[in-house]
Design a protein around this ligand. Structure first.
Ligand code: NAD
Length: 477
């Protein structure tokens, strides 16, 4: 008899297996062994989720926003008490260290709480002068698709603002990291979320998205993942004109200017880049260094990266765990080989580690020709390219030379250079002398092929609202 944990669907307020009883395996990326399973939804499970979300819509949208917010704040408190156990589950499923998983859950709690605290104010009518106002209204049922790299934060960034705005949600959690969606949905249920308002499904992603988006019940699509899949989903959503919030890939540059303080820049880049084994949409991936600093930067960065302690994610000494799945290892192999075959130099790393688990070491490539794939495709892993530049204009041109536009970073204290770079970098977010994750209170969204729409802060809630313009009222009473 198997003793593996089995994660269920949550439909219409009940935890249960999928209609066909089919399950998908959950693999520990540090051992490559199956250690759990997750239920796979059938078409009739999805229809039930659609019907229950639609059935719950009226009552949830007309519940006072303050009360909706109180449930989110209560769920945040409940989730906070479970972080230790939940972080262990996440680490085993995803491969990130326990410290990283704990930090991620802390941010998920903050996100639930921020949206809960602002639900009332962001649902209130907005006066527009005498006799005019904007009335925010919930858009309706949301289909939310979340990936495996930061499953806790990304679920919170979709669920919390949608629920605060008054929208029921059908969430497809990542099949690779099911425990995260289960912990968060259980916290919401314990906090009193009514039946049908949150439904959780897993299964074959392409079948689920196709079925949910073909339903006129769904009014909003929110997705985080690759640009290729985002485009497929946007095409499906076009049929019913569902609003889309697409948080897609990135290929973020860091410009290290000639006055940069390397004692700050190198640890900041190294820590943020190799968090979650580099599998973050806004991780830096292309470092451009002012030529006078290039030699010193490269040798100190290479030294720092070689010292990163790779190991089992549940070992407190580990600084970087394995990649999440075999697909990422293959992607690292192909990108490195392509760059090398075209003449790039591998300064460190470059081959899979010879041990069980999906381990790829921090890798630095230099002399990478402009047509190498690694300069155009999102690496989504622990690979960095480093190149020198002579003028700020040249650095900007290089920084903007991909189809992506999610995040960009630079290091300089010169105010005029800061202004120039802020204005000329094509990115949804620009950070100066600083690399950190997104916060609950700020809008975040990409440009170019990195997507459209916003998550986070006020704009994150507005993404799930209709802003109804009302003209000519006699009074606002
Ligand atoms: P993928 O594009 O197949 O999957 C990414 C995520 O999208 C997964 O959670 C998957 O379940 C989901 N997905 C895939 N096809 C779907 C569909 N038809 N309908 C609904 N959901 C679908 O790739 P992958 O191998 O799992 O991940 C690698 C790539 O995904 C990376 O190269 C990266 O570009 C991208 N990615 C980006 C983010 C991000 O934060 N922007 C997160 C995870 C993955």
């Amino acid at each position: 008899m198997s003793d593996t944990k089995s994660h269920e669907l949550f439909i219409n307020g009940k935890w249960r297996a999928g209609g066909s009883r089919a399950t998908l395996p959950v693999i520990n990326p540090a051992t490559e062994k199956v250690f759990a399973s997750v239920a796979s939804a059938t078409v009739s499970d999805l229809d039930e989720a659609l019907a229950s979300a639609e059935w719950s819509r009226k009552a949830w949208s007309s519940r006072p926003a303050k009360k909706r917010g109180e449930i989110l704040v209560a769920a945040a408190r409940i989730l906070a008490t479970k972080i230790e156990a939940a972080a262990r589950d996440l680490s085993a499923e995803q491969g990130k260290t326990i410290a990283e998983a704990t930090g991620e859950y802390t941010r998920a709690v903050e996100t639930l709480e921020w949206n809960g605290r602002h639900a009332e104010e962001l649902s209130a009518p907005i006066p527009m002068g005498p006799n005019r106002m904007i009335v925010p209204e919930p858009l309706g049922v949301v289909a939310a698709f979340t990936p495996w790299n930061y499953p806790a934060v990304l679920i919170a960034r979709k669920l919390a603002p949608a629920l605060a705005a008054g929208c029921p949600v059908i969430l497809k959690g990542a099949e690779e990291t099911p425990s995260v969606a289960v912990h968060i949905v259980k916290s919401l249920r314990q906090a009193g979320i009514p039946e049908g308002v949150v439904n959780l499904v897993f299964g074959v992603p392409v079948h689920i998205s196709r079925h949910l988006l073909s339903s006129p019940i769904v009014k909003v699509l929110t997705f985080t993942g690759s640009t290729a899949v985002g485009k497929q989903l946007a095409a499906l959503a076009a049929k019913n004109l569902q609003r889309c919030i697409l948080e897609l890939g990135g290929h973020s540059p860091v410009i290290v200017c000639k006055d940069a303080d390397l004692t700050k820049a190198i640890p900041a880049i190294s820590e943020y880049k190799f968090e979650c084994a580099g599998q973050s949409c806004n991780a830096p991936s292309r470092i451009l260094v002012a030529r006078p600093l290039y030699g010193e930067f490269l040798s100190r960065m290479t030294e720092a990266v070689r010292k990163i302690k790779i190991g089992q994610p549940d070992d407190p000494a580990t600084e970087m765990g394995p990649m999440a799945n075999a697909r990422r290892i293959e992607a690292m192999r192909c990108l490195t080989k392509d760059a090398f075959d075209r003449g790039a130099r591998i300064e460190t790393g470059g081959t899979r580690l010879d041990r069980p688990g999906f381990y790829w070491p921090p890798t630095i490539l230099t002399g990478v020709p402009k047509d190498a794939r690694v300069l155009h495709e999102e690496p989504f892993g622990p690979i960095l390219t480093v190149a020198p530049f002579d003028t700020i204009e040249e650095a900007v041109e290089e920084a903007n030379a991909t189809d992506y536009g999610l995040a960009a970073y630079f290091f300089t204290d010169a105010a005029d250079t800061q202004r120039k770079l802020t204005n000329s970098l094509s990115a949804g977010a620009v950070s100066v002398n600083y690399l950190k994750g997104v916060s609950a209170d700020a809008p975040y969204g990409g440009v170019k092929q990195s997507g459209y729409g916003y998550e986070g802060g006020e704009q994150g809630v507005r993404s799930f609202q209709i802003l109804k313009m009302v003209n000519g009222l006699s009074s606002f009473g």
